[in-house]
Design a protein around this ligand. Structure first.
Ligand SMILES: [Zn+2]
Ligand SMILES: [Zn+2]
Length: 194
């Protein structure tokens, strides 16, 4: 079974008209591979968190991006020689290889979840604790918002940056059906009440 660890809890706060934001950065270890999901934008926090795990950037095998918002991406600069995965392509320099279903050679399932961004994908990871979904910005909160996690509030929660509201609603519904726990893009992990 895969092991999963939240290296950095996602945050998003505004101070004097400037935003400070970095998403949940998650480390998955499956089938001997270290998969880093959404390396985020806080270089210092990421290097410290990796060090705590006894890891250096070169020990990461796969960098996966849920979508193309820069706060989720900037730290790919720390992994210049690694393959970068999105929901359906593997990018090594100028080489682009398509894939579908699981991240190759792992049990980690890629789930298309458009709405917040058209290319958005989430990951479903089977763990001892249950099915954990890394949901990126399908669900996210500003630091000063109360995180209400009953199903109705989750479905209604406003995303000021939504690109396609109908698609986002469908994506949320899909994730709530399959997940035992959800790691949001910004905010705390929460349990889905069945
Ligand atoms: Zn986003
Ligand atoms: Zn975000």
């Amino acid at each position: 079974m895969a092991e999963i660890k939240i290296l950095i809890e996602g945050y998003a706060r505004e101070k004097s008209g400037v935003w400070y934001a970095s998403p949940a950065t998650v480390l998955i270890n499956d089938n001997g591979l270290n998969i880093l999901v959404d390396p985020g934008a806080n270089k210092k926090l990421l290097l410290e968190a990796l060090e705590k795990e006894g890891l250096k950037p070169e020990n990461i095998d796969i960098v996966f991006l849920t979508h193309y918002h820069l706060d989720h991406i900037l730290n790919i600069r720390l992994f210049p020689d690694k393959d970068i995965y999105d929901g359906n392509t593997i990018n090594s320099d100028d080489k682009i290889v398509e894939y579908s279903g699981n991240i190759p050679n792992t049990n980690v399932q890629v789930i298309p979840t458009p709405g917040h961004a058209h290319e958005h994908c989430s990951l479903l990871v089977g763990t001892k604790k249950g099915k954990i979904v890394i949901a990126g910005d399908v669900f996210w909160w500003k630091d000063d918002e109360t995180q209400k996690t009953d199903k109705e509030s989750l479905m209604k929660h406003k995303d000021p940056y939504v690109k396609d509201k109908e698609a986002l609603t469908e994506s949320r519904k899909k994730l709530l059906e399959i997940a035992d726990y959800i790691i949001p893009g910004h905010g705390k992990m929460f349990k889905i009440e069945k």
